[in-house]
Design a protein around this ligand. Structure first.
Ligand SMILES: Nc1ncnc2c1ncn2[C@@H]1O[C@H](COP(=O)(O)OP(=O)(O)OP(=O)(O)O)[C@@H](O)[C@H]1O
Ligand SMILES: [Mg+2]
Length: 277
């Protein structure tokens, strides 16, 4: 499957490739995760123009635990992008994990407002991802750091959402133990695409465990046609195939699984303006 915004990997943290020329309007999608904060700027047609991603420790299990830190990171990213663009960046959107809405929804909104963005949308993460995936009857499984979000979609609407306490952290812990290295070193090994082949047998049982947790959650839905994997952990080569085998249902991932939600957040600004579907 191809995600709109093919050039995202060339834009993220590569300001030399940011290009705002000919844009008529710019919108910011801001995603504050446990692992990283990311801002994607799109134009009025939905084309990504710039993107900045930074490792951040301001959110834990979907909740903002360092409000000032989160404010600083978003402020620095937006300032840098404004400095690079002739057009103003005045409007944006953000998201929250399902089930944290009451605690988080205002905090994320205030962070955007604090950098002078008019907030067009604060939407839940699977709804944001489905702006791009456009599933009608399926499930979106978002495998992040410490949590895996599971959302079931029927007739294009989310009918069930759950967050399970499993994710990339468990892969890194197993790698750290296996290689007798620190957690941070294990993170480096895990995200090195050239090492996928070597590490897959080591983390396979962890992936199978994640898949069994997802499977247990999806058991009650017997007419699902497909499962789409998003989130950083799904970047691991071989991850999708192991999950598909365990679920026995068509399972796929979009081209840039860790950018699906943030790009969807940005695209939601166009819905609010009635300009894009
Ligand atoms: N190339 C990669 N291969 C394997 N794992 C990866 C890769 N890139 C990132 N990850 C892992 O993905 C996880 C982060 O996922 P993601 O970016 O979706 O999280 P987040 O949205 O910031 O956090 P969360 O959704 O848990 O709040 C981390 O555990 C990280 O190690
Ligand atoms: Mg996330």
């Amino acid at each position: 499957m191809t995600t709109p915004g093919l050039d995202l990997d060339k834009l993220v943290n590569q300001p030399e490739n940011w290009n705002f020329s000919d844009a008529r309007q710019l919108y910011a999608g801001v995603d504050l995760g446990t692992y990283k904060a990311i801002t994607i700027i799109i134009d009025e047609t939905g084309k990504p123009r710039a993107a900045r991603m930074r490792r951040a420790k301001v959110v834990r299990s979907g909740l903002i635990v360092d409000y000032a830190g989160a404010q600083n990171i978003v402020s620095e990213m937006i300032k840098e992008m404004r400095a690079a663009s002739q057009l103003p960046i005045e409007k944006g959107a953000t998201s929250y994990p399902p089930q944290t809405e009451y605690a988080n929804i205002d905090a994320t909104r205030y962070i955007l407002e604090g950098v002078g963005l008019e907030v067009l949308n604060v939407l839940d993460e699977p709804t944001a991802a489905n702006q791009i995936l456009k599933l009608e009857n399926g499930a979106i499984v978002d495998v992040g750091v410490g949590t895996t979000g599971i959302a079931v979609i029927k007739d294009g609407k989310i009918v069930f959402a759950d967050d399970e306490a499993t994710g990339g952290v468990h892969l890194s812990l197993v790698l750290a133990g296996n290689y007798k290295i620190s957690y941070e070193e294990a993170e480096e090994v895990k995200i090195d695409h050239q090492k996928s082949h070597e590490i897959l047998p080591i983390v396979r049982p962890v992936i199978e465990k994640i898949a069994s947790i997802v499977d247990a959650c999806l058991q009650q839905f017997n007419d699902l046609t497909e499962v789409c994997l998003v989130g950083g952990t799904c970047e691991l080569e071989g991850f999708t195939e192991i999950v598909q085998k365990a679920l026995s249902i068509k399972t796929f991932r979009p081209e840039f699984p860790q950018f699906t939600t943030p790009l969807g957040i940005a695209l939601s600004c166009l819905d609010e303006n009635g300009g894009h579907s």
